[in-house]
Design a protein around this ligand. Structure first.
Ligand code: AHR
Length: 845
């Protein structure tokens, strides 16, 4: 397609292949939004570790995913249960331990396989041959199960089949490395042949395991199979000819070509997708797996070292066994191979608090702390240290690039805070260079003494990210920085559509702009094997033969590939936005790090006055009580909230008396709250009791500031509060004086970030247009000299917000790059509907 470009100076430029129209005319500029990028206005540096990845063994992300192993249940350990767990049909019931916060036992279970030997089958009736799991004379005590195959009738060959993880993606002319640990009873006198078979049974490769002695001793075979043809759902078979009993301890099959040709390595196609994200860091091993449903099936890194055949694995809370094949060494090696900093997440001896949530005894905490210190020594210690020596013996004398330790995962409460302080002090003392991360969110750091970084998580609907794209603009800077360790738009987005991707891009503009505060971010979860989706929306999808990125993947990639060295100050002048009504909704009250009392609460509508009964107040967060008709909130939490069930309406006045009894800030008054919990709040005495603002509210979360005034409140004083809510205006009076007023403006649909890439001498402007219409934006580079008129535009767009990539059409939504001729330091660009665009312009700073 050819389009006509007109520069400000009337020069006509013709560009081929442009999908979007660029033109410049003063009349158009006057009516459109303008983004002024101040080239001399240096904002926050963007850290090299800003965009990273979060790996967890969930959705078969590792086993049957990134990890190269093709055989499912290679070590026959799949049905080994965590201590004290029991199976009932297809459910695994955890050991009945009490949750350390509630003191109660939670009703929880995970999925449990029902096949007698998961992954394996025989091609004959059990009267001809049968198989059973046994722990007789194990080859490795740490992985004791083996498969006993008894062949009674040798008239026909018997095949033991493994279908892999929903088929094996076998490629023509590629070699596959087979390792078999096998034992034949003294009565066994037959041949064993290893084969690769296509889905319909055609032989793709074969190799005999010659010289198997019937001596009741374990033998090991390492042979290669060369595939004659491609098959996406191939199978592996061991064919037995003869009568007797054989035992298999381990059957492993890897593609010869792995990522960076590592032994026990990763699927090339999948690892390359991850490398394509240019990860600044890799977080491992999770996620909830770090904690376990109970501490009994937490992730144990020490069990992931050494010979894969001897690794026990663990039946994880995601409902399948983690083989531990992708272990600590492999993680550290992957960090080195991709140039990423390693982030190890350690258990603090607390089981997942969303599941059973047990906490080990005080006396055992030190065991977990030592375990963490050993992990650090394994990565960083000199080869003369105990754990450094083990690393060196494993083939890596030099330290690995471990840089971050996250202490616990999604743990909270006093018990966690106490443990965090112990871990923080001990790790910092020995390894001051490591950055230590706590599990706290943006609501506060509880009772801990100090953390380097907090780790808020957001799994939300797109609206949340759109509405909170400026969340960090007003977030107080203090003693710690922020790692947004898990975030995704995964609610109401199908399997992960363009709206999800655009909302994440909008949120990312806010993180990047505030990179003095937000130093790192990782989307979660990273990978799913689409045959086993444990979590609703994931970044990368794969099956035995294919790997693809959702549109969210390309958002991550575009941010990582276009990370500026530092931000540039911007000023956005938005044209008129339409007013939106404050819709009919409920009202509510809350506090922010403050204790308060409320009474005499009533709604006036026309000439009707309705008393809001405190018994109809539903406290959602905080500690709410009533005494003599007074509503009392005593918790010190941020964003407490409760809603009055008795009222829902439009055009009203809310009157009440409010008194702060103690705390740092003040009252929250919620209004126009929808049934989904969305609406507005007046944050009275916010920002450490320096300001009062009208903000958007989503649940208890406050976001966009719509208007803000300097204002503070007194403690122990009863105020007469009056909030007038009209269809397009809200006004708050306190003791008869107007404190704040605001009009409701439609939610933004466009989002921006700008920065400078010092290495390439380029200005980078990122624009998200989540609307269904083209968005004309006048971009002005203020203070720029030496602008070269060639640059590029990288843009990803969709025809609808619901559009998704799929295995059939994996690049339907995909960033396209165009060479672009910029007319000067000011130009008007029309951003496509549903698009995320990056503009790169060469300019001296
Ligand atoms: O990313 C999936 C899960 O979400 C992680 O395991 C956990 O940390 C969070 O609850």
């Amino acid at each position: 397609m050819t389009m006509k470009l007109k520069s400000k100076y009337g020069k006509a430029i013709y560009a081929a292949g442009l999908l979007l129209l660029l033109y410049c005319s003063t009349e158009a500029v006057a009516q459109t939004d303008e983004l002024v990028v101040n080239i001399k206005g240096k904002g926050a540096d963007v850290s090299s570790s800003m965009y990273g990845i979060f790996f967890e063994e969930i959705n078969h992300a590792g086993d049957g995913g990134l990890y190269g192993e093709l055989i499912k249940n290679r070590s026959f350990e799949e049905l080994e249960m965590p201590p004290g767990y029991t199976a009932k049909g297809d459910r695994l019931i955890p050991v009945q331990v009490v949750n350390h916060v509630t003191g109660k036992i939670v009703d929880h279970y995970s999925q449990w396989p029902t096949e007698p030997v998961p992954g394996w089958s025989l091609n004959v009736a059990s009267s001809v041959a049968d198989m059973k799991l046994t722990k007789e004379n194990p080859r490795y005590e740490t992985a004791p199960n083996n498969l006993k195959i008894s062949i009674a009738d040798a008239s026909k060959p018997v095949s033991l089949i493994n279908g892999g993880y929903w088929g094996m993606g076998i490629r023509k002319d590629e070699k596959y490395k087979l390792r078999v640990i096998i034992k034949a009873s003294s009565k066994y006198k037959v041949e064993v042949t290893a084969k690769l078979l296509s889905q319909d049974g055609t032989e793709l490769a074969r190799v005999p395991l010659t010289g198997l002695k019937a001596n009741n001793k374990w033998n090991e075979y390492n042979v290669n199979l060369l595939a004659k043809a491609h098959d996406s759902k191939a199978k592996f078979a061991l064919e037995f000819k003869g009568e007797g009993t054989v035992y298999l301890d381990y059957v492993s099959l890897f593609p010869e070509k792995t990522f960076h040709n590592r032994e026990n390595g990763f699927r090339n196609d999948v690892a390359n997708m991850l490398a394509g994200l240019k990860p600044g860091f890799v977080r491992w091993p999770g996620g909830c797996v770090v904690e376990g449903a109970t501490t009994h099936n937490r992730f144990e890194w020490k069990k992931t070292l050494g010979d894969p055949a001897a690794r026990s694995g663990e039946y994880s809370l995601w409902g399948y066994r983690n083989t531990y094949g992708f272990g600590y060494y492999e993680f550290l090696q992957f960090c080195e191979d991709t140039g990423a900093g390693g982030m190890f997440v350690t258990s603090v001896g607390i089981g997942c608090q969303f599941r059973m949530g047990d906490a080990c005894s005080a006396g055992k905490i030190e065991y977990y702390l030592d375990d963490c210190l050993d992990a650090i020594e394994y990565a960083l210690g000199d080869k003369n240290t105990e754990w450094g020596a083990k690393r060196a013996a494993a083939g890596h004398p030099k330290p690995f690039p471990l840089k971050y330790i996250e202490i616990g995962n999604e743990n909270w409460g006093d018990e966690y805070d106490k443990r965090f302080d112990m871990f923080y002090a001990a790790i910092k003392k020995k390894y001051p260079q490591l950055i230590l991360i706590s599990n706290h969110g943006t609501g506060g750091i509880g009772k801990i003494a100090k953390t380097d970084m907090i780790d808020p998580h957001w799994y939300v609907s797109p609206d949340f990210f759109f509405e909170n794209a400026k969340l960090f603009d007003n977030y107080s800077r203090g003693n710690h920085t922020v790692y947004v360790g898990e975030y995704a738009s995964n609610n109401g987005v199908g399997s992960g559509n363009m709206n999800a991707a655009l909302s994440e891009a909008a949120f990312l503009t806010g993180m990047e702009r505030n990179s003095d505060l937000v130093k790192m971010a990782s989307y979660a979860p990273l990978i799913e094997n689409s045959n086993k989706r444990d979590w609703s929306v994931n970044l990368i999808w794969l099956n035995s033969d294919q790997v693809m990125g959702r549109s969210s993947y390309y958002v991550q990639k575009m941010f990582a590939e276009n990370k500026p060295s530092y931000n540039l100050k911007t000023n956005v002048t938005e044209g008129a936005r339409s007013f939106k009504d404050f819709e009919a909704g409920s009202v509510g009250l809350g506090t922010y790090s403050t204790q308060a009392e409320y009474k005499d609460i009533r709604i006036i509508q026309g000439d009707k006055s309705i008393s809001l009964d405190v018994s109809e107040f539903k406290g959602k967060k905080g500690n709410w009580n009533t005494e003599n008709g007074v509503l009392i909130q005593t918790s010190s939490e941020a964003n407490t909230q409760g809603i009055f069930n008795g009222f829902k309406g439009k055009d009203y006045t809310l009157e009440f008396k409010a008194r702060k009894t103690s705390g740092n800030e003040g009252f929250l008054v919620y209004f126009a709250i929808s049934d989904q919990g969305k609406g507005f709040a007046i944050n009275v005495g916010g920002w450490n009791n320096t300001s009062t603002a009208i903000q958007k509210a989503s649940g208890e979360w406050l976001s966009d500031v719509i208007s803000k005034e300097n204002h503070s409140i007194e403690t122990n004083k009863w105020y007469d509060m009056k909030l007038i809510v009209k269809s397009d205006e809200a006004i708050l009076y306190m003791d008869g004086k107007q404190v704040i007023a605001s009009r409701n403006i439609s939610a933004p649909k466009q989002f921006y970030a700008a920065g400078y890439d010092e290495a390439l001498g380029e200005v980078i402007v990122k624009v998200v247009n989540s609307s269904n219409l083209p968005y004309d934006l006048n971009i002005k580079l203020d203070g720029a000299t030496g602008i070269k008129n060639t640059g590029k535009i990288i843009s990803m767009k969709a025809n609808s917000e619901k559009e998704e990539n799929s295995f059939e059409n994996p690049t339907k939504i995909f960033p396209k790059e165009e060479v672009y001729n910029f007319p000067g330091n000011e130009f008007l660009y029309s951003f496509a509907p549903y698009s995320f665009t990056i503009v790169r312009i060469k300019a001296d700073k």
